[in-house]
Design a protein around this ligand. Structure first.
Ligand SMILES: Cc1cc2nc3c(=O)[nH]c(=O)nc-3n(C[C@H](O)[C@H](O)[C@H](O)COP(=O)(O)OP(=O)(O)OC[C@H]3O[C@@H](n4cnc5c(N)ncnc54)[C@H](O)[C@@H]3O)c2cc1C
Length: 347
């Protein structure tokens, strides 16, 4: 959704980089305060929920017994849209720069230049790409039974699935289909690297775990049919008849882009204070990309940090005489809404 060329004339109250849970929560709160709000996302809105684990059930998001990643991601996006935030997908931000003279932030993307009174960096894990196993058959059979991340439970019914990996994501992937499919789980190392509770659950299930086992080749004529695996200790190879391969060996996160933005970093993360300020005036950060002592990278913390960043941006941009409890919970009002409307924006 967007206003097109007319947006060039707008100085946004806040421009949010990254439309994941943190950025979308921030947008909800900036729009509650009737600030004009633009979100730019290099991929699709919804962040990791939409891109990395759409088919995984999330069990630790309050108010849901569980909710599928894609449904929760869509709810975040729907709510931000409902509040009137502008969202541009497939628009990668390459640079931000504070203009001291004009007291605003200039944002450069692959498509346009923007001006904003405040910027919220919510780039999460960055622009992510699943890590590859780099074995024969992987490229040819991608999308033909071979995929990265969580299996689709419905599509897995009655299938023979090989899950590759030994961390939380791999263990979760295997467990998610244990009741509907014939699951084999292989890991290169001699120990699982995921949570003990997952390891216990796997031991008690019908999943066939194979440690110290690597993939040699994935075979199939137009679709996955067989995977050759090798025990690293005995060097023995086995041909496993398989219908689906789920690769879960992590993601390559491209967080390098923020290195040239002049932000104080700790490793690959942006240092923030307790109200999400960075070292640059008018630039806030929240979600997985932000760090402070005691940080947890979770959906719920991404949301709360998004709310905090939005309120800090509001106080910084609008300088209300006081920020009352009433205002904190205020329902959105049309009055004072600065969001540009297509019909009203100068041509
Ligand atoms: C497999 C897996 C399972 C998980 N399960 C759970 C769970 O059950 N419960 C839980 O609480 N947490 C879970 N998490 C963690 C949770 O998903 C993250 O903490 C959360 O997504 C962080 O939200 P975010 O908005 O900070 O970042 P993200 O969700 O990473 O969103 C950031 C957005 O920024 C965009 N972006 C990046 N760089 C740019 C750029 N330069 N320009 C424009 N856009 C950019 C990206 O495309 C992305 O959409 C899981 C994570 C993974 C990988």
């Amino acid at each position: 959704m967007g206003l097109g060329e007319n947006e060039a004339n707008v100085i946004w109250d806040t421009l949010i980089i990254g439309a994941g849970p943190a950025g979308l929560s921030a947008a909800l709160f900036t729009r509650m305060r009737r600030m004009s709000t633009l979100l730019l996302d290099t991929a699709v809105a919804g962040g990791q929920l939409a891109s990395l684990y759409p088919k995984k059930p999330v069990h630790d998001y309050p108010s849901y017994t569980y909710v599928m990643g894609e449904d929760l991601g869509k709810n975040f996006v729907d709510q931000a849209n409902h509040m009137g935030a502008q969202i541009h997908e497939r628009e990668h931000v390459t640079m931000i720069r504070r203009d001291e003279e004009q007291n605003l932030i200039r944002v450069t993307s692959t498509k346009a230049e923007y001006e904003a009174r405040s910027v919220i960096v919510a780039t999460g894990g960055g622009a992510f790409e699943p890590r590859k196993i780099n074995k024969p058959g992987e490229v040819e059979l991608k999308g033909k039974g071979l995929f990265y991340g969580m299996p689709d439970v419905e599509a897995s019914k009655g299938k023979r699935i090989l899950v590759i990996g030994g961390g939380d994501s791999a263990l979760e992937s295997a467990l998610s289909v244990k009741d509907v499919a014939d699951v084999t789980l292989i890991h290169m190392l001699d120990k699982w690297q995921g949570m003990d509770t997952y390891v216990e659950e796997i031991k008690e299930s019908k999943i066939k775990p194979m440690l110290e086992t690597e993939t040699v080749e994935i075979r199939g004529d137009g679709k996955v049919q067989m995977v050759v695996v090798k025990n690293k200790k005995t060097e023995e190879t086995q041909e496993l008849p398989i219908d689906l391969v789920s690769i879960n060996i992590g993601f390559l996160m491209d967080t390098k882009i923020i290195r040239s933005w002049g932000l104080d970093l700790e490793g690959n993360q942006i240092k923030v204070d307790n109200i999400m300020n960075t070292n640059i005036k008018g630039v806030l950060s929240c979600g997985d990309i932000a760090t402070y002592p005691g940080k947890y990278k979770l959906l719920i913390t991404a949301c709360s940090e998004g709310a905090a960043a939005a309120n800090t941006a509001y106080i910084y941009v609008k300088a209300p005489k006081k920020f009352t409890v009433g205002e904190l919970y205020a329902a959105p009002k049309e009055e004072g809404d600065t969001q540009p409307k297509a019909s009203e924006t100068p041509a």
